[in-house]
Write a protein that binds this ligand. Structure first.
Ligand code: ACO
Length: 425
């Protein structure tokens, strides 16, 4: 079949044929790369209809509420896999064999420790720093420790950077928390699972052993799976753009962490729990719904809405289930869960939310689970960053390894002054 094209009619020019590229799923894209030569750019602030790259990693159908990693639906991965297996899948494009799985986990566990000098960096931060601020700094600082082994053209170097990031991120994160608590850092324990080790580094002290509760360990692991990747979101696109110049991958991940921090992105889980606390009681819900609907009020229902999902976020469905499992196991009767469930029920039957296709996203229930596990609010986005690191590295690797990769360099619609004459003094 010959390639389909789109015909573009521009004023005073012959029609331009633009190739239509077909993916394996999702929207086809119009290849506009030759348009610049015709003297035009396309205009799409916020990337509402722009595919910034070609990728084989994650597919989302926002209208149907589908999320798949390398072809596997997220609910199946959350149910039958574990985080490190999902990491292998994202990084390598296929599920590991038993032997590959064991080897991958062993390598990840062997890189969990930090260079001792890196831990000294923490003391330069104020005790009351937000852990995400610390994470931006210390993750970028990894570049200073591993710059020599970073020749991007060498596959081995890219691979070792991926392992280092995956292994060290929970250590960096737990230390960001311990530092703000004034508690000693806990070294990683490589005999524990990825999630179990993170909980140990968060909650153990040198005076007291921490016994990992298997229900919480599994819940933590599932939270990591649910946040592992989400195609070209703001932070992943940031990592790709930073990496497109050939920058050090550790520095690129620091850029991703900065982007993730915002309340419209990863910071929403912290903001969502703050909001549930502020609502406080089901009786107050109508007031908050009214505020969310009021055009003159900047308030938004946190944990609701998504740029891509115009249907249920499939991660939210899994997260709601985890939430019930964890609270049941811990025998916690959290009034915030009642508030969340009632808020969801009311919003989903309200014409404003129905018309705008606003559904709960992954962050709506994650805060309640994390709170039940004992994770403080300021660490919520940090946990998202740990989980998303594998997505960032997978996309960075895919981009670097693509033939003909170019630096990302968007153009603009200029609306400022031109050709002014500088006043004589
Ligand atoms: N509460 C109330 N109204 C909302 C909400 C919300 N949570 N989200 C969107 N709307 C309304 C907007 O006011 C807008 O209304 P209008 O068309 O009358 O102007 C309309 O819905 C579309 O909203 P946009 O902001 O244009 O949609 P966009 O795709 O740019 O934003 C976003 C998506 C940022 C996630 C938005 O829904 C939001 O701010 N949600 C709350 C924050 C949140 O939960 N973020 C987490 C995202 S998931 C993640 O990062 C893991």
């Amino acid at each position: 079949m010959s390639q389909q094209t789109a015909i573009l009619h521009l004023p005073g020019q012959d029609p331009i044929e633009l190739p239509i590229l077909k993916g394996t799923a999702g929207n086809d894209v119009i290849d506009i790369r030759t348009l610049g030569a015709a003297g035009y750019f396309t205009y799409d602030p916020g990337f509402l209809a722009t595919a910034s790259c070609e990728s084989e990693i994650t597919f989302i159908d926002g209208d149907k509420g589908i999320l798949e990693h390398r072809g596997y639906p997220i609910d199946q991965l959350a149910e039958h896999s574990d985080y490190l297996e999902v990491c292998f899948l994202l990084l390598n494009g296929k599920l590991p064999s038993k032997a590959e799985n064991a080897k991958f986990k062993k390598i990840v566990s062997e890189h969990t420790m930090l260079h001792e000098q890196l831990s000294k960096l923490y003391s330069g931060f104020r005790r009351d720093s937000h852990p995400m601020a610390i994470m931006c700094g210390v993750s970028g600082a990894l570049a200073a420790f591993y710059h020599d082994a970073m020749d991007l053209s060498k596959e081995k170097h890219r691979e070792i950077a991926a392992f280092r990031l995956l292994s060290k991120m929970p250590t960096l994160a737990a230390m960001s928390y311990k530092y703000t608590q004034g508690q000693p850092f806990m070294y990683p324990k490589n005999s524990l699972s990825y999630a179990g080790n993170f909980l140990q580094m968060m909650f153990a002290t040198p005076c007291e052993d921490y016994v990992v509760n298997p229900v919480l360990e599994r819940a933590m692991d599932k939270i990591f799976i649910l946040h592992a990747d989400h195609e070209q979101n703001a932070s992943t696109s940031t990592v790709r753009l930073a990496g497109s110049s050939g920058a050090n991958p550790f520095a690129c991940i620091a850029a991703g962490i900065a982007s993730l921090w915002g309340p419209a992105h990863g910071g929403a889980n912290e903001a969502c729990l703050d909001m549930l606390i502020e609502v406080g009681h089901v009786d107050n819900i109508p007031e908050f719904i009214a505020k969310a609907k009021d055009k003159d009020d900047p308030f938004r229902l946190m944990g609701f809405g998504h740029r891509v999902y115009k249907n249920h976020d499939p991660r939210a469905t899994v997260m709601r289930k985890i939430c019930h499992e964890v609270l049941d196991d811990l025998k916690i009767d959290d009034p915030l869960l009642d508030v969340a469930m009632e808020l969801e029920r009311i919003a989903l039957s309200d014409p404003y939310f129905i018309e705008k296709k606003l559904y709960p996203n992954v962050d709506f229930y994650s805060g309640i689970v994390l709170r039940a596990i004992g994770i403080p609010r300021s660490m919520f986005t940090v946990i998202f960053a740990i989980a998303r690191t594998v997505g960032w590295i997978s996309h960075w690797k895919e981009m670097v390894e693509q033939p003909g990769q170019k630096i990302g360099r968007p153009r603009q619609l200029y609306t400022g002054e031109v050709d002014l004459t500088f006043p004589k003094k």
